[in-house]
Design a protein around this ligand. Structure first.
Ligand SMILES: Cc1cc2nc3c(=O)[nH]c(=O)nc-3n(C[C@H](O)[C@H](O)[C@H](O)COP(=O)(O)OP(=O)(O)OC[C@H]3O[C@@H](n4cnc5c(N)ncnc54)[C@H](O)[C@@H]3O)c2cc1C
Ligand code: FES
Length: 279
């Protein structure tokens, strides 16, 4: 292994600056690299996170590179590593490799009307793009954010959902599948596709980005097509596969001929729609 190759496998130490509870099962971790460098991510990329004694896990960047001096990860407690991360307090040190992966195609999205659709904890990766768009208003003049969660308690970034409505040119609507009888939530209920059917867009000048759980993709894609989003480079989505190396060497993350870690995790719909098991 040459020194350059070795460096992609070596985790860089980072210190936990802040931990915020987002929902009962998700936390936001603010980190800084110990060498003082910026991480240098682009929206849509991920890092491989490590803790001594645990296998690594890929986690998407939840913050935009326009926010300097730190980076943020929104982490759902899913198993061993993410469970251990949830126990950490500010001052703890973790390892990160990356950023890796193909980011959102900002060069195509620039100037278009954007529909940004998130389901569940997919709002964390999408937040890096939302922040980026908000920080470049001249490039992203019209942005519609649509977000669906299972219940009011599962809504992530609740204050930011309101703040994003205040950005000129932005709209932000969210909905929950179920409202428990005891909940004081008085927002919208129903599936995200209902919000999408209600929105008015100019299909010739629009692009959509979808990040969410697999069952969300097909109905959302169908609703986008009803809105007239057809043809190439109109719908971009993020796919998750189990990963090991994160850099296209081990073959753990393949979707037919594509490597999710290297060719993705962000894909144009037409690149993966016909691949078996992709959606
Ligand atoms: C590109 C990418 C970006 C991701 N971004 C985020 C993120 O921003 N926030 C977040 O909370 N999670 C994210 N994930 C999922 C996260 O990597 C897994 O939840 C994590 O690896 C679980 O590790 P663990 O050691 O805690 O769980 P384990 O103890 O290893 O496993 C817990 C369960 O999760 C399953 N699992 C492991 N990896 C994945 C995976 N990639 N997809 C689906 N199920 C998996 C296992 O099969 C097992 O059933 C991302 C995954 C990918 C591939
Ligand atoms: S994770 Fe090793 S090739 Fe993608």
């Amino acid at each position: 292994m040459n020194p350059q190759e070795a460096s992609i496998y070596a985790p860089r130490p980072a210190t936990l600056l802040q931990v915020e509870n987002l929902t009962p099962q998700e936390k936001l971790f603010r980190l800084r690299l110990d060498d003082g460098c910026e991480l240098g991510q682009q929206p849509g990329q991920f890092v491989q996170v490590s803790l001594a004694g645990f296998t690594e896990a890929p986690i998407s960047l939840a913050s935009s590179p326009t926010r300097q001096g730190f980076f943020e990860l929104g982490v759902r407690r899913a198993g061993r590593l993410t469970g251990a991360l949830h126990q950490l307090l500010p001052g703890a040190r973790i390892g990160v490799r990356g950023p890796f992966g193909r980011p959102f195609a900002l060069e195509v999205l620039r100037g278009r009307q954007l529909l940004l659709l998130a389901g569940g904890c997919g709002l964390a990766p999408l937040r890096s793009l939302i922040q980026y768009c908000g920080d470049h208003p001249q490039d992203f003049p019209r942005v519609h954010i649509l977000y669906g969660a299972r219940s009011p308690a599962d809504l992530m970034f609740q204050q930011e959902l309101l703040d994003w409505r205040q950005i000129p040119g932005f709209s932000c609507r969210y909905t929950v599948d179920n409202r428990p009888a005891t909940s004081c939530y008085n927002g919208e209920t129903g599936l995200i596709t209902r919000l999408l059917d209600e929105i008015v867009i100019d299909p010739q000048h629009s692009c959509a980005v979808i990040v969410g759980p697999p069952p969300m993709y097909r109905p959302v894609i169908a609703a986008l097509r009803r809105q007239g989003l057809v043809g190439e480079k109109r719908i971009m989505l993020s796919l998750e596969r189990q990963m090991r190396c994160g850099v296209g060497k081990c073959g753990h993350c393949t979707i037919e001929h594509l490597y999710c870690c290297k060719d993705g995790p962000i894909f144009w719909l037409e690149e993966i729609e016909q691949l078996r098991g992709a959606l």
